[in-house]
Ligand binder design. Structure first.
Ligand code: 5GP
Ligand code: ZN
Length: 115
């Protein structure tokens, strides 16, 4: 846990959120500023800053985050209509919160390429 990290505090419940999934390794909650009818954030409980901070020790955790993303998307009724998963990293991506998170966006038709 990083002392000043918003997402670490959401994971512990110190900052309230609309939580849709919790397990020992990750939590999933609704984005406070949704960019689609369904916009979830899947985060590890462990404070990992982002893509540039991953290594082979994180393989199992990363697989878990993806599997959970698929499960919560299905629970939201998105399995057939589809959805987008996004992980931002660094200034060019527009990343705002330096705690690894996977966006799950669905419920509307997405455009490509992203803006
Ligand atoms: P990023 O741009 O870093 O990939 O995405 C960060 C996301 O976190 C944004 O979509 C933003 O709306 C969301 N966010 C930032 N602060 C909070 C918060 O306190 N609560 C929730 N639920 N979402 C947040
Ligand atoms: Zn954190």
């Amino acid at each position: 846990m990083a002392a000043d990290c918003i997402f670490c505090k959401i994971a512990t419940g110190e900052i309230p959120s609309e939580m849709v999934h919790e397990d020992e390794r990750c939590v999933v909650f609704r984005d406070i500023n949704p960019q689609a009818p369904t916009h979830l954030l899947v985060i590890p409980r462990a404070h990992i800053v982002g893509m540039a901070h991953l290594d082979a020790a994180d393989l199992e955790l990363l697989g878990h985050l993806l599997v959970v993303a698929g499960e919560v998307a299905e629970a939201e009724g998105l399995a057939e209509s589809g959805y987008r998963t996004v992980i931002n990293w660094g200034p060019d991506s527009g990343m705002e919160v330096p705690h690894l998170h996977l966006h799950v966006l669905g419920g509307r038709r997405m455009t490509w390429p992203p803006g």
